[in-house]
Design a protein around this ligand. Structure first.
Ligand code: ADP
Length: 744
């Protein structure tokens, strides 16, 4: 009885396994899953029949149960073959064979079921064991072997199709079919073994349950997982990056093709003391980091595309990371290796291109500085001498000529300044130097500066200002003046009749900063709407043909725009061709004193101011050093009325010699001279002789950005640029001469 109970329990377990597996097949959205499900359901019927055999209490009942059992095995095998054909993608063969096989199986099943009446396939007999428990068993007749043959033919058909697939497929897909074949072979082997031992109860159906479950796991878990593992392995091998995996005991468990090839890694012999991981770990350790990245370089011999071995330097970025499980427990670590060789080479190329560009830029700056210097030096003589003519003559004709020379000289100077300014802006070297100023003074200066220019073209110039604007502002007055000068000079240049109006007002109510609004309107030729778009582009002149007679470089507005932007302001234009233009500049300026500035008085000065020296210093003795003799003359002439005693030296050596013997009150020193130049001369004078404390003023045509600061850093007391302006020169002398020798 115990045998029966164990047998039934095992059968029940088999039913459960088949039932749950059958349900699980619903999740597989494939045709072969349906065949598998049918197989499993037929298996359940067979097991129920088997249980019925165990509990049969009469020969007839056992007879009926056996009939159902044998018939259901027919269908198990029929559906199993269907599954195998579908799974191995032999749909066409399946469609061709299934109807015939179904008929054969149906006939065989009917024949087996009719055995209850005719006893033609097998007979049932009762056998008692030692405890007198009855077991019903069967003995086959000849036709039963036909039934067995049909079943085995079905199995052989399945084998043939699976074998065919195994032969014709490769890599993992072959493994996938081999797994199915193995399961089937196992079942057949167990079944045959069972038959040989002639057990009292037929347990073969359990093997079908086992087979069904195994097949299910194979197609649902084993195959996809194997496929995933081998695909990931392939993909990681194909990666253009290296991956080296270590387990928790620091044994190398995997190195992909990239790392094996680049670092000659043999995973079974590789450990953390081998390169490159050793260097990476050492570097991270030195930085006190558990994980992180490190750049690694190696020089190796590589086959150079079949041209023999070449020594190459390879650069890598290696990242070391800990591997953790879902509960953050350490399970290993890995190194990701990125080949940075190309990137490093590109960077080197970019750096060298940048260096070349910097060199070129330096060369450009040097060229500009030299050009400016070379033009300023003769211009200094021209304007200086011209100044002497203006100071010394009252002849109206001569004065007119000299005025014209002055105007052209000034224009030339402003062109040079424009080019220099532009290069300064381009090199981001234009600095804002805020000072306190009175807006009325600024307007007045502009007015006087352009008054004569406008008058010479029969144009009026009108300057007005809101009385309420603050009386003292803080900002870069020089740049604001430069902006206004550019716009007003354009307005006069591009106006033939009528005139120019300049108006200053302010916007905003804040107590510390105000937007100063300067509008310059003219009645000139105007600008076409489409031209306004590129009005502020550098070197762009509009209507070049018509404006050919008007002097200009196309730089003025570009510089103006940059300067306004630098001061966080805006500039805009409204223009009507043939009627005139209005330029509006808005620049925020700090307020120092918000007392209203009041009514603007332009204080018209019609004639040229009679020159009058600002001081006299007959007891003072100065040394002027310049290699251009004409410049010495200019300086001497400009200081003539101050009665200063001027010694001159046409070179550094001569100046040093004179300074050894004579104590001067001040020295004016040119920079660029044949050796020793101004700075070398200064260094000697300030160490040797009688003039170690004498203020030395740099008088130079070098006006590049930063020059003034550099001279002062070296130790020069002051800096004057050429061409020298008489007033500026006198102001510098008053500042640096001993006060007791200066009479104002
Ligand atoms: P330029 O040195 O040629 O004057 P700018 O940059 O100062 O260079 O001006 C660019 C162009 O804008 C000029 O060539 C001129 O055609 C046009 N332009 C500038 N201001 C005016 C204006 N007030 N009226 C008409 N055209 C102007």
């Amino acid at each position: 009885m115990l045998t029966k109970i164990i047998f039934v329990i095992i059968d029940c377990l088999a039913v459960c396994a088949l039932y749950f597996t059958a349900r699980a097949t619903d999740r597989i959205n494939r045709l072969y899953a349906r065949w598998l499900k049918r197989t499993l359901l037929a298996g359940i019927v067979a097991i129920y029949a088997n249980i019925l055999i165990a509990f049969s209490f009469s020969n007839l009942l056992a007879h009926i149960a056996y009939s159902f059992y044998f018939a259901s095995i027919d269908w198990i095998l029929f559906f199993l073959v269907g599954f195998c054909l579908e799974y191995t993608e032999h749909e066409q063969a399946l469609r061709g064979m299934a109807p015939v096989a179904a008929v054969v199986m149906a006939l065989d099943s009917v024949s087996i079921l009719l055995n209850t009446f005719f006893d033609h396939e097998f007979y049932v007999f009762a056998k008692r064991d030692s405890a007198s428990v009855i077991f019903y068993q069967t003995r086959p007749f000849l036709p039963f072997y036909l039934h067995l043959t049909i079943d085995y033919v079905a199995i052989i058909i399945a084998f043939i199709f699976i074998l065919y697939r195994i032969v014709n497929s490769y890599s993992f897909y072959r493994t996938k079919y081999v797994i199915i074949l193995s399961v089937l072979l196992l079942v057949v082997a167990l079944n045959i073994a069972y038959m040989m031992f002639e057990l009292p109860l037929d347990a073969s159906v359990m093997f079908y349950a086992l087979a069904g479950t195994l097949i299910y796991f194979s197609i649902q878990k084993l195959v996809p997982q194997g496929l995933m593992v081998s695909s990931i392995g392939r993909a990681v091998d194909d990666m253009n990056e290296g991956l080296i995996l270590f387990d928790i005991a620091d044994n190398c468990i995997y190195a992909n093709a990239f790392s094996r090839q680049r670092f000659s890694i043999e995973p079974s012999e590789y450990n953390l003391s081998c390169e490159p991981v050793h260097t990476v770990l050492e570097a991270l350790h030195a930085k006190g980091e558990a994980t992180g990245e490190h750049a690694y370089t190696q020089t190796v011999n590589r086959d150079d595309a079949g041209c023999g071995d070449a020594v190459v330097t390879e650069h890598y970025l290696i990242r070391y990371t800990h591997l953790k499980d879902s509960r953050s427990r350490l399970i290993g670590s890995y190194f990701l290796v990125e080949d940075n060789t190309e990137q490093v080479h590109y960077l080197a190329e970019i750096e060298s291109a940048r260096d070349q560009a910097n060199e070129a830029n330096k060369a450009k700056s040097t060229f500009l500085a030299n050009m400016s210097h070379e033009i300023r030096t003769p211009l200094n003589s021209v304007l200086g001498m011209n100044e002497m003519i203006l100071r010394s003559t009252d002849d109206p004709q001569l004065r007119e000529y000299a005025e014209s020379i002055k105007l052209s000289g000034d224009t030339l100077l402003s062109l040079i300044n424009d080019v220099l300014d532009f290069s300064k802006i381009e090199a981001n070297r234009m600095d804002i130097i805020p000072v306190e100023y009175n807006p009325h003074d600024l307007l007045r200066e502009c007015y006087h500066y352009f008054d004569q220019m406008a008058e010479s073209k029969d144009l009026y110039i009108e300057v007005t200002c809101d009385e309420t604007i603050p009386s003292r502002l803080m900002g870069d007055e020089k740049l604001v003046r430069q902006i206004m000068t550019n716009i007003i000079s354009n307005a006069i240049k591009y106006t033939r009749e009528g005139g120019v109006k300049v108006h200053m007002s302010d916007e905003g109510t804040a107590s510390d900063v105000r937007d100063m609004v300067i509008t310059v309107s003219d009645t000139g030729i105007g600008i076409e709407q489409e031209d306004i778009n590129y009005l502020f582009d550098a070197f762009k002149r509009i209507n070049e043909k018509e404006n050919a007679t008007i002097q200009g470089t196309g730089l003025g507005l570009a510089i103006t725009k940059e300067l306004v932007t630098l001061m966080h302001g805006t500039i805009s234009v409204h223009s009507t061709p043939g009627q005139g233009s209005v330029f509006t500049i808005v620049i925020p300026q700090k307020i120092v004193d918000k007392t209203p500035v009041g009514e603007f008085k332009k204080h018209i000065d019609t004639g040229r101011k009679e020159y009058k020296e600002s001081f006299r210093a007959p007891d003072a003795r100065i040394l002027i050093v310049d290699d251009a003799k004409l410049n010495l003359k200019v300086a001497q002439a400009l200081l003539k009325s101050t009665l200063i005693q001027c010694d001159t030296a046409s070179g550094g050596d001569k100046a040093i010699e004179m300074c050894r013997d004579t104590k001067y009150d001040l020295i004016l020193l040119d920079h660029r001279m044949p050796e020793p130049d101004g700075i070398q001369t200064f260094n000697v004078i300030s160490k040797e002789g009688l003039n170690t404390d004498t203020p030395v003023i740099m008088l130079t045509a070098n006006v590049v950005s930063g020059a003034e600061e550099e001279y002062k850093r070296i130790g020069f007391a002051d800096y004057l640029s050429k061409p020298i302006h008489g007033e500026e020169l006198e102001a510098a002398l008053i500042k640096h001469l001993p006060p007791e020798k200066v009479y104002t």
